[in-house]
Design a protein around this ligand. Structure first.
Ligand code: ZN
Length: 173
């Protein structure tokens, strides 16, 4: 006799007497010598005993309408939830604009205080944009570069979605 344990499908077949006579015989022989494998059929037996005790109840006549009504209510709710959520990003952007401007002003102050700034100011594009414009362009170039380099990761990686989404949000706060 082999000591290979039958898998759950074999045990289910044995429980419902569905397999071939030969297979059933094999499983039965194994079960007689293996308490470990006897556990699963015993659980099935106990479950089926509990189910047998439950009374059979005929469904109400309008059960279909009740279920459909319930579905209609819950789908309405989910649509409303989505709507309030979609407004949030606009608020976030509006709130972050003064914050970004404050950061730009701060960087501009630091940059113009540097001794290198005098020679940088002579460069045509920096002269045209002005110190604040230059800082703003630099800031948004870096910002969009980071966003673009993150975008493929965000699109294709669904496993660590929440973690990346958090880091993505932090970038724009
Ligand atoms: Zn076994």
């Amino acid at each position: 006799m082999t000591m290979q344990h039958p898998n759950k499908n074999r045990l289910l077949e044995y429980f419902y007497k569905e397999g071939s006579a030969h297979e059933l015989q094999k499983t039965q022989e194994h079960l007689q010598s293996c308490p470990q494998c006897r556990e699963y059929p015993e659980v099935l037996k106990a479950t089926s005993a509990i189910l047998d005790q439950l009374p059979t109840v005929a469904p109400e006549k309008n059960i279909c309408d009740i279920i459909l009504q319930d579905i209609a209510v819950s789908s309405k709710q989910s649509v409303q939830k989505k709507r309030t959520f979609s407004v949030m990003p606009f608020f976030q952007i509006a709130l972050s604009i003064p914050f970004i401007l404050a950061i730009l002003y701060f960087i501009q102050n630091k940059l113009t205080g540097l001794s290198v700034w005098e020679s940088m100011e002579k460069i045509q594009i920096i002269n045209t944009l002005g110190s604040f414009g230059f800082v703003a362009v630099l800031f948004f170039l870096i910002g969009s570069f980071v966003t673009l380099s993150l975008a493929p990761v965000l699109l294709f990686d669904s496993e660590n979605k929440t973690y990346l989404r958090k880091s993505y949000k932090l970038l724009w706060r």
